[in-house]
Design a binder for this molecule. Structure first.
Ligand code: GLU
Length: 365
């Protein structure tokens, strides 16, 4: 533990001690589970570097102890789920995390769950849970852009905001939410749009759906989905490999051949413009489709819709279009769809795959 962190940590503990003098969780307070997965919110600076730090170092209990004001909002319980930088997040962790949240909300009497997570892949984990959680209680993701040892860390106030959002009755039936810098987002159209700034998230279509400040939680938009999608995935599921291939001027189809040779069962093209790619790349896509690989055309452009049969004929190429989904989100949906197709071959589950991308729904509950 470095010196700077030690003093911040000591201050946190003193605060926590002071909080300990306050009454414990008040009767009737909502029960919130805080699941910590790592990220910059649990990051600690390396004193030898003015900018560098290691994500996923501070323990979950210390993160929560640093914000004693949480006691005013909820009966918070804390659990260390993992402690990693979110660039190391993967689908094995996603399926276990989803199962843990389902268990907490459906079997253990928690009213809401807050998940601390790195911002790099938060949009992906949040979207995975959006599609795999079985109930409508609030699940709120939160991170920070500055580590705990920064001059002005944003983690503690973001964590307070997230719990505030999680206990707000207005947050029911809104699916999985993400809070950062006082803004509230839905997961489907979320993307990280700034590498450095504390206001790092943006939404591809609707903008933030609400704000949270010291006083209250305010929503100013209806949820995107009338009804939440739900896809049941067991905690030990192994999701299929789905690769993203980025299109650019001069991109070649052999990158797609390589993905197929590496075992990809699905491929998402982060296309130019409206899901476009070079003729050579398109030939590679057709070769993949002939081998039974499902290919989705998405776009490297953050805003707009990839429509079917626009410049590329999906009917001819045998491809799907991602509609509003980013390549990263389309990849998650495709992983779930391929898993579903291979594990639930009953007629009940005959899906219109294209519709799954357009509507955001898999099957009804
Ligand atoms: N790479 C880190 C992570 O995602 C830093 C980003 C952050 O947490 O803000 O965990």
């Amino acid at each position: 533990m470095n010196k700077l962190y030690k003093s911040a940590f000591t201050a946190s503990l003193l605060l926590a001690l002071a909080a300990g003098l306050q009454p414990a969780a008040a009767e009737g307070q909502p029960k919130v589970l805080i699941l910590a997965t790592g990220g910059t919110i649990a990051g600690v600076a390396n004193t030898n570097s003015p900018t560098g730090y290691d994500a996923g170092k501070v323990k979950a209990t210390d993160l929560v102890a640093a914000v004693p004001q949480l006691r005013q909002l909820a009966d918070c319980h804390v659990e260390q789920f993992c402690n990693i930088a979110s660039q190391d997040m993967n689908s094995d962790i996603w399926v276990r995390l989803s199962a843990r949240v389902n268990e907490a909300l459906l079997k253990e009497g928690y009213n809401s769950v807050v998940i601390t997570h790195g911002t790099d892949t938060m949009e992906e984990t949040a979207f995975f849970l959006e599609n795999t959680l079985q109930c409508d209680n609030p699940v709120v993701f939160v991170g920070s852009m500055r580590p705990t040892t920064a001059i002005s860390p944003d983690g503690p106030s973001n964590l307070y905001d997230a719990v505030h959002v999680a206990v707000s009755p207005e947050s029911q039936k809104r699916g999985v939410l993400v809070t950062l810098g006082g803004k509230i987002f839905e997961s489907r159209d979320l993307f990280k749009n700034d590498i450095n700034h504390v206001d790092a998230f943006s939404s591809r279509y609707n903008g933030p759906i609400g704000r949270v400040d010291a006083g209250d939680v305010h929503y100013f938009a209806n949820p995107i989905h009338g009804e939440r999608p739900y896809w049941g995935i067991p905690a030990d599921a192994v999701l299929p490999r789905v690769d993203i291939v980025h299109a650019y001027a001069g991109c070649t189809g052999d990158t797609i051949d390589a993905a197929v040779a590496n075992g990809a069962q699905g491929i998402v093209i982060a296309g130019t413009g409206n899901g476009n790619m070079t003729q050579d790349c398109l030939a590679g896509v057709k070769r993949a489709v002939e081998k039974g690989v499902i290919v989705v055309r998405s776009s490297r452009i953050p805003h707009g819709f990839v429509n079917r049969n626009h410049e590329i004929s999906d009917d001819d190429a045998g491809t799907l279009s991602s509609y509003d989904l980013s390549p990263e989100h389309a990849r998650i949906l495709l992983q779930l769809l391929i898993y579903h197709i291979s594990h639930e071959p009953s007629p009940k589950y005959q899906l219109d795959l294209q519709k799954c991308f357009e509507s955001g729904y898999f099957v009804n509950k």
